[in-house]
Design a protein around this ligand. Structure first.
Ligand SMILES: [Zn+2]
Length: 170
């Protein structure tokens, strides 16, 4: 068998519908892993514990190639599985000028002073982080928009359930 490619070394579409995850246990049996949250959470837990190794078949560009999921953090983050992470974001945030002040979800502009970035690969992780850190309920169904600001920093517009912005509102 050829060596599996490294998912870490490639821009890997963790949540891509064509990606098929396989777990390999110590006894050598392969089991397919579903894309639902609980399957991903279980696979992450077992892989992090060293009980299984996680692989993925990604048809398409690299037809029939096998990838090893060698960045378990990225896998967990893509599916929004909680993982140990001592990082606390340092955020500056304001209501977007586009926010209407009444909709259930507020448009919030955030700048990461901590250097983090946001994409559809980690929006679920970010939502978990914000729930813990700020009590926010961040929408994960839309990819956050990113645009530059006058001082050169990246500004992301996210949607936060307005009632969870609470007293911290600027
Ligand atoms: Zn951060």
């Amino acid at each position: 068998m050829r060596q599996p490619r490294s998912a870490k070394a490639n821009p890997f579409p963790y949540r891509g519908s064509l990606v098929c995850y396989l777990s390999l246990d110590a006894a050598g049996s392969l089991t397919q892993v579903g894309h639902d949250f609980s399957s991903a959470a279980e696979a992450y837990r077992r892989a992090a514990a060293g009980e299984i190794r996680l692989y993925a078949v990604w048809p398409g560009e690299y037809s029939s190639d096998l990838f090893e999921i060698d960045d378990l953090n990225a896998f967990a983050d893509a599916f929004g599985v909680e993982r140990p992470d001592p990082h606390v974001h340092d955020l500056a945030w304001t209501l977007s000028p586009m926010d209407d002040g009444t909709s259930r979800y507020a448009n919030v502009n955030v700048v990461f002073r901590c250097g983090c970035t946001l994409s559809k690969q980690n929006i679920k992780k970010f939502a978990n982080d914000m729930r813990r850190q700020m009590g926010w309920n961040v929408a994960t169904s839309t990819v956050p928009g990113c645009h530059g600001s006058a001082d050169g920093s990246e500004v992301y517009t996210i949607r936060v359930e307005r009632r969870t912005l609470g007293h911290a509102a600027p």
